[in-house]
Ligand binder design. Structure first.
Ligand code: ATP
Length: 617
C-alpha cells in the first residue's frame, strides 16, 4: 500500500512531463492497487479479528467454571465475553493495520523525499516524531480513564442483570423504584466516564490534526521559495506536496483508532487476567467470595450499594446453642420477634405482638372463621382474603393455568396448596402478587380488590410478605439483603430478624459476618441458608410493616434434613399469628394448617378443613 501511494504520486509527477495517456493508465493502476489492497486489508483484518475473538471467548468459556461465574457478577462476566471482547474489533481491524501503515508509509515517503528535496525531508524528519510523542502523552492519560470507563460498563452490566433477575423480589419488597434508580445512577456514571474519554479523544485528534497541518504548511514554505527562485521544477514540487500529507495521514488515523481501541484493550486485559487465573476449584471459592466481588466493583465512592452496615457486625452473635436459651426466649418480648425454642407461655406470648392482638384468633369449630377469644363468638365472617372465580392464563399459553378458582381465607388461617407439579399452585401465589395476569374473576384482600386486567398496586403489596421458592439474593452484603425492603433498618433489627430465622448461626461463620458480600443469586450460600436469609428478610418486613399476609412457596423443598428442620422451625415462627398461604408438598407442613386446597389442572378440586391446629400453632 505504501508503495502504491508512492507510485501514484510519482505517476502524477511523471504524467506532468510525459504523455498524459500513459500517466493516467499508471495512475489508475496504482489507485486500483491501493483500493484493492485496502479492501484486502480490511477483509483479512476482520477475519483475523473474528478468529482472535472466537479464540478468546473459547478461553473465557473454558475458564468460566461455576465458581468463576458465581464469585463474580454474572452480568459483568457476560459484558466481558460479549461487548468487551467485541471491543477488540477496533484494535484489530483499525489500530493494528494503521500501526503497520504508520510504520511503512512515512518510511516510503521519506525515501522518495530524500531523492527529491532535502529541505522538505528535514522538516518532515523534525515534525514527524511530534505525533507519536503527543500520542504517547495523551495515551498515558487515556489509559486510566478508559479502564475506569470499562469497569463502569461492566458494573452496569452486572447491576442491570441483578436488578432484572431480582425484579419480582424488588417489586414485592417495594424496592423496584430504588432498583431502577440504581441502574440509572450506574448508567449515569458510565455516561460521564464515556464523555470524559470522548473529550480526550477529540482533544487528541485536534492536537494531531494541528501538528499534521502545520507540518505540511512548513514543508510548503521551502518548496514555494525554491519554485520562486527556480531551484525546483513544478513536477517535483507537485510530487512533494502530494506525498507529504501521506506521511501524517496514517499517524493521525492511528491516533483516532487508538482511542476507539482502548475499551477493547481494557476488556482484553481483564479477560487475560481471568483466563490466566488458577482454577477456582483448587481454592475454597466460598471463602474467596467477597474478595472476588470487590475486585470487580467500581471505585467505592461511586458504588450504589448501600453500606449502612456497622463495622462491628462481625463475630458478636450468639451461637446456635445460645439461641434457644431462656435468655433468648425472654429477649423475644423486647424484640417483638417470636424466638426459637418455642413459646413457653403458650398463646399468651403471641399476644405481645400488636398484629396478633389485633387478629386475636382461635381457629376452628365451624368453618375456620375467627372467634372472639372472650365471647367465643364469630367476630368477623368476612374472609380476609377471597378468590372469586379467579382465572389466569399466561400470555404465551393457550391453556389457562388457573380456572374459575373460588375460595376464602379468614384472618389468621393457614392454607396449604397441594397438588401435582404444574397444577397451578405457584400461579395462585403469582396471581396474588400480581406477577400472573388475572384473566377472569377477582381477588379481594381486606378492603381492596383486584379484578381481571388490574395490576397489584404498592398498597396491595404492602400487605404481603413473600418467601418464594427460590429467593433472589442480590449481589450485596448479607445485612443489606435482609434489610432489602426496609433500607433504614438498623443492624440490630437485621440481627434480630436473622436470629428469628435461625440464620445467625451460619452468618457469623461467614468471612465478614453480616458484612459478607454475596455473589449473584446468593452465591456462596447453600440453598437452605439462602432460604433462611429470605425468611429473615420476611421477618424484618413483617416487623416493620406489620404485613398481615404471608406467602410461602415450598418452604422446605430440596433441603437436607438439618436445613429442612431449621427452615421449618423458622417458617413456623414466621407464620405465627399470620394469615398464610403455603405451597407445600411436605406432610409436616400440611399437618399444621387450617385448610388444605387441592389443586389439579388449574382447578380447586377439594377443600379440606382441619378443626385442630397442629404443633406449629
Ligand atoms: N411464567 C409462566 N409463563 C407461562 N406459563 C407458566 C408460567 N409459570 C407457570 N406456567 C405454567 O402454568 C402451569 C402451572 O404452573 P405452576 O408453576 O403454577 O405449577 P405448580 O403447581 O406450582 O407446580 P410445581 O409443584 O412443580 O411448582 C404449568 O403448566 C406451567 O407450565
Amino acid at each position: 500500500a505504501a508503495l502504491a501511494t508512492a507510485v501514484s504520486a510519482a505517476v502524477i509527477d511523471g504524467a506532468a512531463s510525459s504523455t498524459v495517456r500513459n500517466g493516467l493508465l499508471w495512475f489508475a493502476v496504482a489507485v486500483a492497487a491501493r483500493a484493492g489492497l485496502s479492501w484486502w486489508q480490511g477483509n483479512s483484518a476482520a477475519r483475523g479479528a473474528a478468529t482472535v475473538k472466537t479464540h478468546l471467548r473459547h478461553r473465557l468459556f473454558n475458564a468460566a467454571k461455576p465458581g468463576w461465574v458465581g464469585g463474580r457478577r454474572t452480568g459483568e462476566a457476560v459484558t466481558l465475553a460479549t461487548r468487551g471482547v467485541d471491543g477488540l474489533d477496533a484494535y484489530l481491524t483499525g489500530y493494528l493495520p494503521q500501526l503497520c501503515l504508520a510504520a511503512t508509509v512515512p518510511l516510503a515517503v521519506i525515501v522518495v523525499l530524500a531523492f527529491n528535496d532535502l529541505a522538505s525531508l528535514i522538516v518532515v524528519l523534525v515534525t514527524i516524531p511530534l505525533m507519536p510523542i503527543f500520542g504517547i502523552l495523551i495515551g498515558w492519560h487515556t489509559k486510566d480513564k478508559t479502564d475506569r470507563q470499562w469497569r463502569r460498563l461492566q458494573h452496569l452490566g452486572g447491576h442491570f442483570l441483578d436488578a432484572i433477575a431480582g425484579l419480582s423480589t424488588s417489586r414485592v419488597f417495594g424496592r423496584a423504584g430504588h432498583a431502577a434508580a440504581q441502574v440509572r445512577d450506574t448508567a449515569d456514571h458510565y455516561r460521564s466516564a464515556t464523555m470524559g474519554t470522548l473529550r480526550i479523544a477529540f482533544l487528541s485528534a485536534l492536537a494531531l490534526e494541528l501538528v499534521a497541518t502545520v507540518s505540511v504548511a512548513l514543508v510548503a514554505v521551502p518548496i514555494g521559495l525554491q519554485l520562486v527562485n527556480g531551484s525546483m521544477d513544478l513536477p517535483t514540487a507537485f510530487l512533494i506536496l502530494l506525498l507529504v500529507p501521506e506521511v501524517y495521514l496514517p499517524l493521525r488515523a492511528m491516533g483516532t483508532q487508538f482511542h476507539a481501541a482502548q475499551e477493547g484493550l481494557a476488556a482484553t486485559r481483564d479477560a487475560f487476567r481471568l483466563t490466566d487465573e488458577p482454577d477456582p476449584s483448587e481454592k475454597d471459592s466460598r471463602m474467596d467470595l467477597s474478595a472476588t466481588y470487590h475486585s470487580t466493583d467500581v471505585d467505592k465512592d461511586s458504588s450504589t450499594v448501600p453500606t449502612e452496615v456497622a463495622p462491628d457486625g462481625r463475630g458478636t452473635e450468639p451461637d446456635a446453642a445460645a439461641v434457644s436459651s431462656p435468655a433468648a426466649v425472654s429477649a423475644s418480648a423486647s424484640t417483638g420477634y417470636p424466638q426459637p425454642g418455642g413459646y413457653p407461655q403458650g398463646r399468651e406470648t403471641e399476644l405481645d405482638t400488636p398484629r396478633v392482638a389485633q387478629d386475636r384468633l382461635k381457629v376452628g369449630e365451624e368453618d375456620g372463621g375467627p372467634l372472639d377469644r372472650h365471647t367465643g363468638h364469630l367476630i368477623d365472617r368476612t374472609a380476609l382474603l377471597g378468590f372469586n372465580g379467579v382465572s389466569v392464563r399466561y400470555p404465551e399459553r393457550d391453556e389457562s393455568a388457573l380456572i374459575d378458582l373460588s375460595g376464602r381465607v379468614h384472618a389468621g388461617q393457614r392454607v396449604a396448596l397441594v397438588g401435582p407439579s404444574g397444577a397451578g399452585k405457584s400461579t395462585l401465589l403469582n396471581a396474588l402478587l400480581g406477577f400472573a395476569p388475572l384473566t377472569g374473576g377477582e381477588i379481594r384482600f381486606a378492603d381492596e380488590h383486584r379484578a381481571a386486567g388490574q395490576t397489584a398496586p404498592e398498597s396491595w403489596l404492602r400487605n404481603i410478605t413473600w418467601v418464594p421458592q427460590r429467593a433472589h439474593l442480590f449481589a450485596m452484603s448479607v445485612a443489606d439483603n435482609i434489610r432489602l425492603g426496609q433500607p433504614d433498618a438498623g443492624i440490630d433489627q437485621v440481627r434480630e430478624a436473622a436470629e428469628a430465622a435461625f440464620a445467625t448461626e451460619f452468618i457469623t461463620r461467614l468471612p465478614d459476618g453480616f458484612d459478607t458480600a454475596l455473589g449473584d443469586e446468593g452465591f456462596g450460600l447453600s440453598a437452605g441458608q439462602r432460604r433462611r436469609i429470605a425468611i429473615a428478610r420476611a421477618f424484618l418486613r413483617m416487623r416493620i410493616l406489620d404485613c398481615p399476609l404471608v406467602l410461602l412457596d415450598e418452604p422446605t423443598a430440596n433441603l437436607d434434613l438439618h436445613s429442612e428442620t431449621r427452615v421449618a422451625e423458622a417458617t413456623a415462627e414466621l407464620l405465627s399469628g399470620r394469615t398464610a398461604i403455603l405451597v407445600a408438598h411436605r406432610s409436616a407442613m400440611v399437618d399444621d394448617v387450617d385448610q388444605v386446597w387441592r389443586i389439579a389442572d388449574g382447578r380447586l378440586v377439594a377443600v379440606e378443613k382441619r378443626s385442630t391446629a397442629g404443633v406449629l400453632r
